[in-house]
Design a protein around this ligand. Structure first.
Ligand SMILES: [Fe+2]
Ligand SMILES: [Fe+2]
Length: 296
């Protein structure tokens, strides 16, 4: 049965849902009663690196969403409000991560070389469709990393942090698809073609990120380089499987190099972006968070 695209939920639905979520945020906090124990210093250091990377992603999401909101306000005030409330959720994640980093004995670190390079490049993007697509892809790989970490990490406090982030990303991913669709409606065929090219470049670039992140974080999340690359390829590749008309499919050669075929993207719903998935993810308490494992 064909699923309903996320775009069929009108902006008003996203707006009222985000307002409801904002009211309930107070009742949602980290319960950090038991001190966290790491096996050794290397694991603790890797955890600090892991959650620092998450914090940078939240910061970037917050800033870009609020900047976009100012632009979008000129032609769609309701969508602008949705962007603002979405940015606020990322700001709330950033607060939780700051608290969590202190709890595990770490602090906010300056960005590493590769991370800085990516965010600088992203910071230079001016076109709305580029910003939204980049953010959507960042959200996707973030959510993939959290879900794969959930398959390995055992400390209850770290699992709690990962679960909150994963649960909310399940809502943010279809929401970003809604942003992208609203923005693309106003774009020319040329601009859409340009976005397809950017998508290719980003796909390849993001798949290389595990090369930089593994030496820093693997002692905590225990995800191998190839496994994480495959995870990113599967989730990024599955994002638009149901929307072939957008032309944002995975580069086949790259999938083949990682031992993945089209069937790997269709076999399971890695990231659901349809309207029903969005509705299921809207109520924080009822989201069922599942760990993601490498497919072989
Ligand atoms: Fe977030
Ligand atoms: Fe998010």
């Amino acid at each position: 049965m064909p699923t309903t695209p996320a775009s069929e939920r009108p902006t008003a639905w996203w707006l009222s849902t985000l307002k409801r979520r904002a009211e309930r945020i107070q009742g949602d906090y980290l319960k950090l009663d038991e001190p966290i124990r790491f096996a050794n210093e290397a694991e603790q250091k890797a955890a600090v690196n892991f959650f620092n990377a998450a914090l940078r992603a939240e910061e970037s999401g917050l800033r870009q969403a609020h900047e976009l909101a100012n632009e979008v306000a000129e032609w769609d005030p309701a969508l602008a409000e949705v962007l603002r409330l979405y940015g606020n959720e990322e700001g709330w994640h950033r607060e939780l991560l700051t608290e969590f980093l202190a709890f595990i004995g770490g602090e906010i670190q300056p960005m590493g070389r590769v991370t800085r390079f990516f965010y600088r490049l992203y910071g230079r993007a001016r076109r709305m469709e580029t910003i939204v697509l980049t953010n959507l892809m960042f959200e996707t790989i973030g959510s993939t990393t959290y879900r794969m970490a959930l398959a390995n990490v055992e400390q209850p406090a770290a699992r709690q942090m990962l679960t909150i982030l994963t649960r909310d990303e399940a809502f943010h991913v279809p929401l970003n698809v809604h942003f992208l669709e609203r923005i693309l409606e106003r774009k020319s065929a040329w601009e859409r073609a340009r976005l397809r090219l950017i998508h290719r470049v980003l796909f390849v670039g993001l798949l290389a990120l595990p090369l930089a992140s593994r030496p820093k974080a693997a002692a905590f999340d225990r995800i191998g380089t190839r496994a994480l690359m495959r995870g990113y390829a599967r989730t990024l590749g599955s994002l638009f499987v149901q929307r072939p008309e957008l032309g944002l499919g995975a580069p086949r050669l790259l999938l083949a190099a990682l031992g993945l075929g089209r069937a790997d993207l269709k076999r399971e719903t890695l990231l659901a972006i349809d309207a029903d998935a969005a509705a299921r993810a809207a109520e924080r308490q009822s989201v069922h968070v599942t760990a993601l494992r490498d497919s072989r």
